[in-house]
Ligand binder design. Sequence first.
Ligand SMILES: CCCCCCCCCCCCCCCC(=O)SCCNC(=O)CCNC(=O)[C@H](O)C(C)(C)COP(=O)(O)OP(=O)(O)OC[C@H]1O[C@@H](n2cnc3c(N)ncnc32)[C@H](O)[C@@H]1OP(=O)(O)O
Length: 131
Amino acid sequence: MNYHTRKWVKPEDLNPNQSLFGGKLLQWIDEEAALYAVIQLENKKVVTKYISEINFVSSAKQGDIIEIGIEVSAFGSTSLTLRCAVRNKMTHQTIITVDRIVMVNLDEDGNPSPHGKTKVEFVKDRLSNQS
Ligand SMILES: CCCCCCCCCCCCCCCC(=O)SCCNC(=O)CCNC(=O)[C@H](O)C(C)(C)COP(=O)(O)OP(=O)(O)OC[C@H]1O[C@@H](n2cnc3c(N)ncnc32)[C@H](O)[C@@H]1OP(=O)(O)O
């Protein structure tokens, strides 16, 4: 699992129990999954189709630094299935796990479109292949 993105838990991210609001965390995860899919599939038109099994393992509090990890669990024809974990940056305590996030590659008309990808690619390799 690669942890690409860090977030700092601020006062506006808290719930009435003074811990990180779950909906805010899910927003960050959805955004991270969308960006990951856009980069992998090289298409800005992707949507979240399905999110499964969310486990809120522990809470985060104001001032915590958390990091969001994403990995690919499957390449479909039009879909990309991701797995996500969020942990405390300093202690590595898991905060949440999401088993399956299915992102769908769309064409210009908003219909599912085959993406043609079968393995994880890195931008630095794409750039070096261009030169
Ligand atoms: C100029 C500057 C620009 C900057 C730019 C920067 C980029 C910045 C990016 C931002 C990116 C925003 C994205 C944010 C993320 C949202 O907020 S997206 C908004 C929320 N999501 C939606 O509104 C989606 C609504 N749903 C739909 O429109 C339709 O269901 C869909 C997605 C078009 C799919 O339609 P469908 O009829 O289900 O299609 P179907 O062909 O049956 O299935 C398509 C694929 O989904 C899979 N699937 C279908 N149902 C399920 C299910 N229940 N479970 C699992 N898989 C399923 C199928 O197996 C299939 O996969 P493959 O086998 O082809 O691999």
